[in-house]
Design a protein around this ligand. Structure first.
Ligand code: TXA
Ligand code: MG
Length: 336
């Protein structure tokens, strides 16, 4: 269903989608981060459809989505005091709390773990769908496993057409990157995946907040199962280049000389100064770059370019999440 009509949404489509979820089907829907592929989290067979459609590894747990804090409480054993503060400050919003599961969701949602990731999305369509369905909805990003997450309805269509029961197309998502996943089972909260809520924002409410050492360190395994996979991959090799626009230009020219067609992903400022076959400007600042990153990665198709060269961006604010995704997507990291 194409549900966005200027600023209003088609409620009938949302009702139909909620009905399909109740019946045990998998349906894609927009959230403020990326599109999710949802199914009734209490129905094991329904959840299995998500894994199948995405080709997702069985050991990678899903996030349970709920509309309200009350519904969140019904899925978990107990909330540490600091979690209450975080929920009050950031939910609904782009943050997922990993908490002790009380077993209310099907086993395959948590991939057998004793913890469960729960999120209250802040998007009118997601909220309406969750309220109507009136069950917790397990939903990973609605892409084929390994591909960049979908930030537009057509990304979901390209990946999952024919494999799912429906798609609520509500236009482009807001943040452009996935939620921050935060482990709330320890004395100090630990960021397992940087995302829509930044470390700076979290620390303004609860201090300190740790980063999972496994995110930076290749020797230590990430605590979140999903973070160990290669991810967000475009169709062609992606090289991350740290340096000035002149150093990016030098690599573009060298590769052109080698007979390669080069596509460039860069900030608007850098894009203006680069000369290449195809250049995609991701935006003027890091928030805009986050919004457009996955669309940019998807736009460069096999056959159009041989290599994507992408600028290294700031790690400030949502830049931490942007660079986390780019490092996972990249095959080379070049320092000039
Ligand atoms: O913004 C988002 O979070 C989107 C939208 C649809 O809500 N969802 C999303 O889901 O990105 P997914 O499945 O693509 O990523 C969920 C991440 C994975 O890295 C997974 O391993 C981790 O969260 N995760 C889920 N439950 C966990 C748990 N109990 N313990 C540790 N990590 C968990
Ligand atoms: Mg995903």
């Amino acid at each position: 269903w194409n549900i966005k009509n200027n600023e209003t949404y088609n409620n009938q489509a949302i009702d139909e989608a909620a009905e399909l979820i109740k019946q045990g089907q998998a349906v894609a829907f927009p959230t403020e981060t990326v599109y999710g592929l949802g199914a009734d989290a209490t129905n094991e067979a329904a959840v299995a459809k998500i894994f199948k459609a995405k080709g997702r590894p069985q050991d990678n747990p899903l996030i349970a989505h709920v509309a309200t804090v009350d519904q969140l409480r019904r899925l978990v054993d107990n909330l540490p005091v600091y979690t209450e503060k975080l929920i009050k400050a950031f939910s609904p919003g782009p943050i997922t709390y990993v908490l002790p599961s009380n077993g209310a969701c099907a086993q395959n949602v948590t991939a057998g773990l004793s913890t469960i990731g729960v999120r209250i999305p802040d998007h009118p369509v997601a909220q309406a769908l969750l309220k109507k369905a009136d069950v917790p909805v397990a939903a990973p990003s609605a892409n084929l496993s390994g591909k960049p997450s979908p930030t537009m309805g057509n990304h979901v269509w390209d990946d999952l057409n024919g494999k799912i029961s429906g798609l609520l197309d509500g236009g482009p998502t807001g943040v452009g990157l996935e939620s921050t996943v935060i482990d709330c089972t320890q004395d100090i909260p630990i960021i397992l995946r940087p995302g829509g809520i930044t470390k700076e924002q979290l620390e303004a409410v609860v201090h300190p907040v740790m980063m999972d050492p496994g995110l930076a360190n290749t020797k230590e395994k990430p605590k979140s199962p999903g973070m160990k996979y290669k991810h967000y991959s475009p169709e062609v090799p992606l090289w991350l280049v740290e340096g000035t626009h002149a150093s990016i230009q030098a690599i573009v020219d060298q590769e052109k000389f080698n007979g390669n067609r080069v596509g460039v992903l860069a900030s608007q400022q850098t894009a203006k100064q680069i000369n290449a076959e195809e250049i995609i400007s991701l935006g003027e600042n890091i928030n805009e770059i986050a919004i457009h990153l996955y669309e940019g990665l998807r736009r460069f198709k096999q056959g159009d370019v041989d290599i994507i060269i992408c600028e290294v961006f700031t790690e400030a604010g949502i830049g931490q999440a942007v660079m986390n995704r780019l490092r996972k997507a990249a095959s080379e990291y070049i320092v000039k």
